[in-house]
Design a protein around this ligand. Structure first.
Ligand code: PMP
Ligand code: GLN
Length: 383
């Protein structure tokens, strides 16, 4: 028996699984993989139990249950001023991951180029390559993690099918400004380039900044798949529910793929989230303060350490430069930190096609209880 050659020669097990496993083996405080160590709102959990106990246990409509699609449409109208049709423009998916895979599979053909910004979340490139596309990495300008417009313009060719924009950005926390959205619009105005907006951290932005969703920009929204995740918003990463908002023509294509990847997502979870969204429209407005407090606790805890950082502007991640602590490369440092210092983190170079040797950054997840953050801070200050 000859097994087929791998279709993904560059891919191994994700850094998130690797680091979480290492953290468990060494009983390290796990600030690596991004997930909260606390539960989501009690009402969501009560509602899901209610729906499971009252017979909502069969397939949902493949595009999502109507009340959840309507709640999503209402939310984007309220927050972004976007008028989207719940029937044709909103699709509920098995996490943002599935929506990203479906959007890419539905539109990227053999030889198409897709531009991503490095450091870049890890699920884009495999999806592009499995569909015969070519991933073009454009490095963000460090240390601000902003788009290098000349590099982006240079990367655009007649074969560019899509640009993937992740804002707020994992791992840096940086958001796009209104001016940057306008600049992007000008750059691609006379092309047929699609946008994929990975906005899973849309409700986690700090210091009073707005989240400038692609949905706030009428011109860009017409060519965008805007993807989000209830996992991040409601502290329920294990439920794997997300959604995509896109014009009906793009949604129709995404749905063709979605119906054969997952068909639909779990019914009781969808109904529970819809109930919660309708009962608590204020929730998204309160989430920034909730996470800003955690950011502030973590930053205060490591203030006297030898890590160098500026407070994250969004997401639940904090980057930190360790060059005063170690000369190790970041992958080795993250392993050492986990096994020897008792705190697990994610190295940033794994999100870059061509990481610079000087980049000595690790990412900490601060979606944790105060005790966890204090325990980690104490260990990090010993270094
Ligand atoms: N995009 C980014 C930038 C993420 O950080 C995550 C997080 N896990 C995802 C997509 C995937 O989200 P989900 O867990 O809903 O699939
Ligand atoms: N998005 C999460 C992170 O950045 C990880 C999700 C996963 O493990 N697939 O840490």
């Amino acid at each position: 028996m000859h097994y087929p050659e791998t279709k993904l020669p560059k891919v191994g097990t994700t850094i998130f699984s690797v680091m979480s496993q290492l953290a468990a083996e060494h009983k390290a405080v796990n600030l690596s993989q991004g997930f909260p160590d606390f539960d989501g709102p009690e009402m969501i959990r009560e509602r899901v139990t209610h729906y499971m106990q009252s017979g909502a246990n069969q397939y949902a409509p493949f595009v999502g249950v109507p009340p959840l699609r309507q709640a999503i449409a209402d939310k984007v109208a309220r927050l972004y001023g976007a008028q989207v049709n719940a029937d044709t423009d909103v699709t509920v998916t098995s996490g943002a991951s599935e929506a990203i895979y479906a959007a890419i599979s539905a539109t990227v053909r053999q030889g198409d180029e897709v531009i991503v910004f490095d450091p870049c979340y890890d699920c884009y490139e495999p999806a592009i390559e499995l569909n015969g596309g070519i991933c073009r990495h454009v490095a963000l300008d460090l240390p601000e993690f902003r788009i290098n417009w000349q590099a982006l313009e240079d990367a655009i060719t007649p074969r560019t099918r899509m640009i993937i924009v992740n804002a707020p950005h994992n791992p840096s926390g940086v958001s796009l400004t209104r001016e940057e959205l306008d600049k992007l619009a000008t750059l691609i105005r006379d092309t047929h380039i699609l946008l994929l907006g990975d906005e899973v951290y849309e409700h986690i932005v700090f210091d009073g900044q707005p989240h400038n969703s692609l949905l706030t920009h009428e011109e860009l929204a017409k060519r965008s798949f805007v993807i989000s995740s209830f996992g991040k918003t409601y502290h329920i990463t294990g439920w794997k529910i997300g959604y995509c908002v896109a014009p009906k023509e793009l949604s129709a294509e995404l749905r063709k793929v979605h119906q054969y990847i997952a068909f639909c997502t779990p019914t009781p979870m969808q109904l529970a989230i819809a109930d919660y969204m309708n009962a608590h429209p204020e929730y998204e407005n309160e989430l920034p303060a909730f996470y800003q407090e955690k950011r502030d606790i973590f930053c205060r805890e490591i203030q006297n350490s030898r890590f160098d950082f500026s407070p994250s502007q969004g997401t639940y991640f904090q980057l930190a430069d360790y060059s005063q602590i170690s000369d190790l490369d970041d992958v080795s440092f993250a392993r050492w930190l986990t096994t020897e210092a008792g705190v697990a983190a994610i190295p940033v170079s794994v999100f870059c096609e061509k990481p610079s040797a000087e980049m000595k950054l690790v990412r900490f997840c601060f979606a944790k209880n105060e005790d966890t953050l204090k325990q980690a801070g104490e260990l990090l200050c010993r270094l």
